[in-house]
Ligand binder design. Structure first.
Ligand SMILES: Nc1ncnc2c1ncn2[C@@H]1O[C@H](COP(=O)(O)OP(=O)(O)OP(=O)(O)O)[C@@H](O)[C@H]1O
Length: 276
């Protein structure tokens, strides 16, 4: 077992995952630097969620390694991974998941209280984040009295209130409409940068990915470089959506167990045109 590079807060090597007999990840390697906002792009079913679940210790890869700050997550038992997730990681789902019996501020404070934080401090932090996300006046409402967009903002507040080392956000703005999306994303990225939170953000939305420092792209469970075919821009001018966007994809690693993540991700912003 080779220890990961020092400057990577998260490091994955040659991850292989099979779900119900189908390959979901086939040899994905990557490193995430401290404080970085990394977008994981790719079309639907390309393995983004599976990768985030592996990196966050929710799912053990069948082969491969995941390291967090030089600790081997892939060899940890379920309890140690649970503790790691509770104390160090935050998670935002595409669909808001709240406890229906708790009101908005109690839901937003939940992560802090589960970590053993005092109720008063957790309540203050929860209210602050709800205010920042423009839903301070919803603090006493229960989830069923909130709109879907408000519920998702509560989830974002809950994740940020914990000031996690790494925040995993799986299509966090999926339930939001355009104006909401921009505001929530701005709050999320600004908070991450000012609090030094590393963010791993799964998205197939170019606009979302453009806020990241770097994008890695998956296709059929593998990391790929995307290459725009000559003339694509002219062909796609005036058209929108996946149907109008063409990419040629080339694997970035060989899916062998010796694959090593590098910082030479060249896909960058170019990958942003890949959409579902
Ligand atoms: N629980 C499951 N059982 C079987 N196959 C699954 C399961 N979850 C995901 N898969 C399959 O694994 C592959 C990767 O899925 P994953 O959800 O990670 O992709 P994704 O890029 O996050 O897609 P989306 O953008 O739709 O969320 C897909 O082929 C998917 O059908």
């Amino acid at each position: 077992m080779v220890a990961p590079p020092d400057n990577d807060v998260l490091w994955a090597r040659a991850l292989h995952v099979t779900l119900n007999g189908s390959p979901a990840l086939t040899g994905v390697s990557l490193g995430v630097r401290e404080g970085e906002i990394l977008a994981v792009g790719g079309p639907r079913g390309s393995g983004k969620t599976t990768l985030l679940r592996c990196l966050s210790g929710q799912l053990l890869a069948h082969r491969g390694e995941v390291w967090f700050n030089s600790a081997p997550v892939h060899t940890m038992g379920p309890l140690a991974r649970e503790r790691l997730r509770r104390d160090k990681f935050g998670w935002i789902d595409p669909e808001p998941r709240l406890v229906p019996e708790l009101n908005a501020w109690e839901n937003a404070a939940l992560g802090l209280m589960l970590r053993g934080g005092a109720r008063r401090g957790a309540r203050t932090a929860a209210h602050e984040w709800l205010e920042r996300l423009d839903i301070g006046d919803c603090a006493r409402k229960r989830p069923h009295d909130l709109t879907q967009a408000e519920r998702q903002r509560v989830c974002v507040a809950r994740a940020l209130a914990c000031a996690p080392s790494v925040l995993f956000a799986d299509e966090p703005t999926a339930p939001l409409h355009r104006a909401d999306r921009a505001h929530v994303l701005r709050t999320l990225t600004t908070a991450a940068r000012s609090h030094g939170i590393t963010v791993v953000l799964a998205t197939h939305d170019a606009e979302v990915a453009s806020l990241a420092d770097r994008t890695v792209t998956l296709l059929d469970g593998r990391r790929v470089h995307t290459v725009h075919l000559p003339g694509d821009e002219a062909r796609t001018a005036g058209r929108t959506g996946a149907a109008s966007s063409r990419v040629a994809a080339a694997p970035t690693d060989t899916a062998t167990d010796t694959a090593t993540p590098t910082d030479s991700d060249t896909e960058g912003r170019a990958a942003c045109s890949l959409s579902a």
